[in-house]
Ligand binder design. Structure first.
Ligand SMILES: [Zn+2]
Length: 288
């Protein structure tokens, strides 16, 4: 992926280190918790905050105090990569919203380590990257990229770009009112149906990531051979069935919250092929 030299976003907020930010917490979460979290949440969740106490063993999570927002330091290559991908999502979604007669309000992306306060409660690295609709921010511990490469079998820069684009997809859902609509249905349906709604929401975010990939490639011509495959591979490796099989040896479709590997691959590919938001109607589809 030829990302270097492209515009970087101003919307990255770096909470990774002290620098006056009053850093208390640390990387207190071990690999074991990451694994547990991946079973519970799948990856790239939305608003994943009700089980934090469970994941952290019931103890109080250590939280970084919120200092003034600051941009990542120059020369931080991985942060520059994240900023560049985020900037591309701003350009792509800005254009798509404009064409639809609306205005796109870009999300902030918070880089953190360990734990950090969010409008949805305390966010933790162990949950994997997530989006909080309450403050319109994407939360990312870039250590997750190592987890992808080393534990999840999903290496590659464009696989990482897909993660960011998926979270931005949740932001688009929030702007379009989809998230609120689904939230209002949650309390009235069974756990099984809640999971189904969650799957459709997640698959739509995958499709939106594909839509972004399509438009960003048209604008930047930055994909190399194998890049799309690395994103598709990531979608496959983080399918609920694949993760369940790895972690527990069995597959329980009723417990899916993000979709199977085949579904995640299909919807990302759908968005990438069409470049069309309308093609991402996972709620209208009989069986997504
Ligand atoms: Zn998600």
């Amino acid at each position: 992926m030829k990302w270097e030299g492209n515009r970087q976003s101003d919307n990255v907020e770096d909470r990774r280190s002290g620098g006056g930010g009053g850093f208390i917490g640390g990387r207190s979460i071990g690999i074991g918790t990451v694994v547990i979290a991946l079973i519970g949440w799948g990856v790239f969740g939305i608003n994943p905050l009700t089980t934090i106490g469970v994941l952290s063993g019931g103890g109080e999570p250590q939280v970084q105090q919120q200092g003034p927002a600051s941009a990542p330091p120059a020369g931080d290559r991985q942060a520059a990569f994240v900023s560049t991908v985020l900037a591309s999502t701003e350009d792509v979604w800005g254009q798509i919203f404009r064409q639809g007669g609306a205005q796109y309000r870009a999300p902030k992306l918070v880089l953190f380590r360990g734990a950090t306060p969010t409008a949805c409660g305390t966010g933790q690295s162990a949950m994997g990257p997530f989006y909080c609709p309450g403050d319109h921010k994407v939360y990312l511990d870039m250590g997750f990229f190592d987890t992808m490469s080393r534990q999840l079998g999903a290496p590659g820069e464009f696989a990482r770009a897909y993660v960011i684009a998926h979270e931005v997809g949740h932001h688009v859902q929030a702007l379009l009112g989809t998230t609120a609509k689904i939230d209002s249905m949650r309390g009235r349906v069974s756990q099984r149906d809640q999971n189904q709604l969650s799957v459709r929401l997640e698959l739509q975010a995958d499709c939106y990531a594909g839509v972004w990939a399509n438009h960003s490639q048209q604008a930047r011509q930055w994909l190399d051979q194998g890049d799309i495959e690395s994103a598709i591979n990531a979608a496959e490796q983080i399918g609920d069935d694949t993760l369940q099989r790895q972690q527990t040896g069995t597959v329980r479709p009723d417990a899916f919250t993000h979709g199977s590997s085949a579904q995640r691959v299909r919807w990302f590919t759908q968005g990438f092929k069409t470049g069309s938001v309308q093609s991402c109607d996972t709620f209208g589809a009989q069986a997504p």
